[in-house]
Design a protein around this ligand. Structure first.
Ligand code: HEM
Length: 455
């Protein structure tokens, strides 16, 4: 077994420079690190010992075979400030118990009942677009809005758009603060009575109160909407037969609310940008949708047949994975391949690098949805492409996200033509998720509805 210090990595002077670069331009820094030290690289950023892994075999070890040797890393501690003991941030027995309880609510058959809500929200957005002045929109803003609207309706049966300037304000403040804190190597503890900490607390309380109010209202007026909150409130622990305590219920609602919208919005925004650079792919989606839906509304059954549309999304999430960094921390002394990994080491798994490795993918930086129909990609190691992670902590909402994003993508392209109004690619903003820094300016024009000849 080789020592930790033998893991290849930059020399000390590079390390000092690297700490800044890691915080300010992590995509570029980690990509360059991988080019110089492929598969596994060791670096020190301020007080953190970090190992970046991009080899699928190492990734399998961390996320699956040896996953018991790791917890989520420091970044998630910041998320805990708002998500508490929800699924994304809890660990050990607590996580296991909650995952078991919540998993059934995300089964394919259960989430199928949300399909009509997703259709209605998308139609509402498309109607709004028909009134857009000069047909210009910021696509990324609309994707954030629609996915927030969908999670609000499917989880709480609430119209986030009309009820909540308050929610929007509090949520925006909190997300920004947490994003800032996750990207910083050192943070002042929240208990210090600084004005910005007090402001943070105030906003968390606003959101907590809104969720508790909804939970209490349900307790008084009963269930019946069949939304995700109903499912969570009706489920009981196998061993005690008890329902989830209110505090945990609130944490899980907040978790699903946050985990369930920004990621999907990013997947759609980046895929639409890539598609705007490939009109031939947009044409193929239009043909596919037209052949399947024959000019009418897209149904759940149609969705299974939209294989090319799905390939475009897979390709979008390959190049721009919405969760760009999956970070873990070793909790015991362990190993990775032939190297020792001491307890306390932070392991960075970077899907954006693995998804574009030249030895795994042909012409990796090209947007080529056709690759998803090749035997080579169909047989590929699942740790070479994992936008939803893998192993026991794989995304619980993957089927929800795929149903939602395939539907929205197909409907947008069925109804509109898109022109990207800039000469440069949108800038990446890699915070907790891979956001778009400024905007995705698009000119939209209502599409001619095609009548299928053999209808
Ligand atoms: C394209 C959209 C999405 C992507 C790319 C995505 C990706 C991921 C990834 C990579 C993880 C693992 C993070 C880690 O272990 O460090 C994760 C976890 C999770 N996701 Fe998603 N997600 C998406 C949509 C959703 C949706 C729609 C929901 C809920 C409605 C959701 C709920 C969750 C939850 C609760 C977890 C924590 C699971 C656990 O640890 O047991 N996600 N997601």
């Amino acid at each position: 077994m080789k020592k930790y210090s033998e893991i290849p990595g930059p020399k000390l002077n590079l390390i000092i420079k690297g700490s800044d670069a890691l915080q300010n331009t992590p995509f570029e820094y980690l990509t360059a690190l991988n080019q110089e030290f492929p598969d596994i690289a060791r670096l020190k950023a301020v007080h953190l010992d970090i190992v970046q892994i991009t080899n699928p075999d190492y990734i399998r070890q961390v996320l699956q075979t040896d996953q018991k040797n790791y917890t989520k890393s420091v970044q998630y501690e910041q998320l805990k400030l708002i998500l508490g003991e929800g699924l994304v941030t809890s660990e050990g027995d607590m996580w296991k118990k909650q995952r078991k309880l919540i998993q059934p609510a995300f089964h394919r058959q259960q989430i199928a009942s949300f399909f009509d809500i997703m259709v209605d929200c998308t139609n509402e957005m498309l109607d709004e677009w028909r009134k857009a002045p000069e047909g210009k929109i910021d696509l990324s803003e609309h994707m954030m809005k629609i996915t927030l609207q969908i999670i609000g309706k499917t989880m709480l049966s609430k119209d986030v758009k009309s009820t909540s300037k308050e929610v929007d304000k509090a949520l925006t403040f909190i997300i920004r603060a947490v994003n800032r804190r996750t990207m910083k190597a050192l943070n002042l503890p929240m208990w210090l009575p600084l004005p910005k900490h007090q402001e943070f607390e105030k906003n968390v309380k606003v959101l907590d109160k809104i969720i508790y109010d909804i939970i209490n209202e349900r307790k008084v007026n009963g269930h019946g909407n069949g939304d995700l909150l109903d499912m969570l409130m009706q489920s009981t622990y196998e061993d005690t037969g008890e329902p989830m305590p209110d505090k945990l219920l609130k944490d899980e609602v907040m978790t699903i609310f946050l985990a369930g919208h920004e990621t999907t919005a990013n997947a759609l925004s980046w895929t639409m940008y890539l598609l705007s650079q490939h009109p031939e792919c947009i044409k193929k989606i239009k043909e596919e949708v037209s052949n399947v839906a024959r000019g009418g509304e897209i149904t759940m059954a149609h969705l299974q047949q939209l294989e090319y549309t799905k390939a475009c999304l897979s390709e979008g999430m390959r190049i721009y994975p919405p969760v760009w960094l999956i970070a873990r921390k070793a909790i015991v002394d362990t190993s990775l391949g032939e190297y020792e990994i001491p307890a306390g080491t932070n392991v960075f798994i970077t899907p954006f690098i693995v998804h574009t490795r030249e030895d795994l993918w042909q012409n990796p930086n090209a947007f080529n949805p056709e690759r998803w129909f090749t035997e080579e990609v169909k047989k590929m190691d699942k740790f070479a492409y994992f936008p939803f992670a893998a192993g026991p902590r794989m995304c619980i909402g993957n089927n929800f996200a795929l149903m939602e994003s395939e539907l929205i993508l197909a409907k947008m392209i069925q109804a509109f033509d898109f022109e990207y109004l800039s000469n440069v690619a949108p800038e990446k903003d890699p915070t907790v998720t891979l956001r778009v820094k400024n905007e995705i300016p698009m000119k939209i024009t209502a599409a001619q509805i095609e009548i299928v000849a053999n209808a």
